[in-house]
Design a protein around this ligand. Structure first.
Ligand code: MRU
Length: 341
């Protein structure tokens, strides 16, 4: 069956074609990047976003540099520029490093082949995450999710939304509470759009409603994605995730993180070592381009927060499900992936 959501990222005639996520849900349009500068702009402005999608985009960005740059020094400097666009999602640095490595060994062809491999592995990994995660969702679960960890945040299928999608495909009829995810509204704009296209039952709620829903017993499980998972299991994800995890623990609701092993960063010992991106304060002062606060009011816009490992019930990856103590279980899953390559 044809996927109702087109690929987020594609290489077409020496250009990278991206779904322009700034335009959703009003319009499904695409942006084409012909230069590394355009790729960096698309990442910074969030035309493309989400950890696995950034990994694939970064890898294709290196291929683009290899296609046009004169010499290895220029390709290396393009790789540095790509990594510097957004600091928190480790997949970006990971995808760029893999493509750069392939370029150093076999030039443009090697870099492009590696980017294609990252893109197709992403969809396969997400389907596997979906299968493992769907086993953890009881029939008819009421699932809360945050931000967008769907097909749009990946090359396809999605991680947290992939778990929900796999449960729906298995006939488990999940219902999804979609948190709108201020300030950039990835939940309202992107996750709600995806679930609508997929025909999965969903209700959009203001972020501030989560406590009330859990307090009334209306949430069976929370499933979110991740931008970086430290070696001890601390999880960086969209701002607001930590609050949901605290609420879930208080109400005895399982809190699941769904992410590929490429999001696990064993070189980061714990969440305190993760750099959290701070974005333009106008994202908080405005909604969809309309100012909702005095122009001169100070606003703080941390894009991510870190959920301590002790609040995470399980981490679902394409290699299987990790549980506490995460230092051991995550290292085992990363080793399992290394053996497959
Ligand atoms: O700022 P964004 O939209 O790039 O943040 C995205 C998230 O926080 C996602 O939950 C995360 O990248 C996982 S995507 C599968």
């Amino acid at each position: 069956m044809r996927d109702p959501i087109p690929p987020t990222i594609e290489w077409r005639r020496d250009r990278i074609r991206l779904i322009d996520q700034r335009e959703l849900p009003a319009r499904l349009t695409f942006v084409e990047c012909a230069t590394v500068g355009e790729v960096c702009g698309a990442i910074r402005s969030m035309a493309v976003r989400g950890a696995p999608a950034l990994g694939a985009t970064g890898a294709y960005g290196v291929a683009l540099a290899a296609r046009h740059a004169r010499g290895a020094a220029a390709v290396r400097s393009a790789a540095e520029r790509l990594v510097a666009t957004r600091p928190t999602a480790v997949n970006l640095a990971w995808g760029v490093a893999r493509a750069l490595d392939a370029y150093e060994r076999s030039g443009f062809d090697g870099a492009l082949a590696e980017a294609h491999r990252i893109a197709s592995d992403d969809v396969a990994a997400n389907r596997a995450i979906g299968r493992y995660g769907a086993d953890l969702l009881p029939e008819g679960s009421r699932v809360m999710t945050h931000c967008n960890a769907g097909a749009l945040a990946c090359v396809g299928y999605g991680t947290a939304v992939g778990v929900i999608r796999a449960a729906a495909e298995a006939g488990k009829r999940p219902h999804v509470w979609v948190g709108e995810t201020r300030p950039v509204l990835q939940g309202a704009r992107l996750t709600a759009w995806e679930l609508d296209r997929l025909g999965i039952d969903a209700t959009l709620v203001a972020d501030t409603m989560a406590a009330s829903l859990m307090g009334r017993g209306d949430v069976d499980v929370v499933v979110v994605g991740a931008d970086r998972i430290a070696a001890n299991g601390d999880v960086a994800n969209k701002i607001g995730t930590y609050g949901l995890a605290v609420l879930a623990a208080h109400h005895d609701v399982p809190f699941l993180v769904a992410a590929p092993t490429s999001t696990i960063d064993l070189s980061t010992p714990d969440g305190g070592a993760i750099e959290v991106e701070e974005r333009d304060a106008d994202e908080v002062r405005c909604v969809a381009g309309t100012r909702i606060a005095p122009a001169r009011v100070t606003a703080l816009n941390r894009a991510f927060d870190v959920t301590p490992a002790k609040l995470v019930t399980a981490i679902v990856t394409e290699q299987g499900v990790a549980r506490r103590p995460y230092a051991r279980s995550l290292a085992r899953l990363v080793r399992a992936r290394a053996r497959q390559r």
